[in-house]
Ligand binder design. Structure first.
Ligand code: ZN
Length: 164
């Protein structure tokens, strides 16, 4: 998520927290409700700011990495015919693309590349599914290459019909 979106969401969370807080304060046993409310909001903030834990340097595991460049993969239709063209019978059909990014580590200077999941808005902010070391860093290696086991391949050159 981009930083300005995070600021908006944070503001909204704080506003909601204060509203609920004021409401619960009037109740009996309000300390129980306020404790629960606080736990819920701490969890929400944790998920908002935790980021992508796999997006780190493949050489030293530092998360202080700097974006160099990235490019989108090929766009394809979610529901498509054999030749890859849009399946016009499906309402709300949409196009998606993957994203490939290159990062330089601020700590060890190694270069790491990432494959991002396909998305309607492909970018460096989308969750990564593969981390590949491109060039060695200056310290001893403690990081690793990584690939998600949950990822399914998309064959954009094959037909994909709804409900089958
Ligand atoms: Zn590094």
């Amino acid at each position: 998520m981009r930083i300005f979106k995070k600021i908006i969401v944070t503001t909204l969370y704080i506003y909601l927290y204060i509203s609920f807080f004021n409401f619960f304060s009037q109740l009996e046993d309000n300390y129980i409700w306020i404790s629960l409310l606080t736990i819920v909001f701490i969890t929400l903030f944790y998920f908002l700011f935790k980021g992508d834990k796999n997006k780190k340097c493949a050489w030293c595991s530092s998360r202080k990495i700097k974006f160099i460049e990235g490019n989108k993969g090929q766009w394809y239709w979610q529901y498509r015919n054999k030749d890859g063209s849009r399946d016009r019978r499906v309402k709300g059909n949409f196009q998606q693309a993957s994203y490939y990014s290159k990062y330089l580590c601020k700590k060890c200077n190694a270069e790491t590349h990432f494959n991002h999941l396909v998305n309607k808005k492909p970018s460096k902010y989308i969750k990564v599914w593969r981390r590949t070391l491109q060039s060695d860093g200056s310290v001893e290696r403690t990081g690793t290459d990584w690939e998600s086991k949950k990822v399914e391949s998309v064959y954009s050159d094959r037909a994909n019909r709804k409900n089958n």
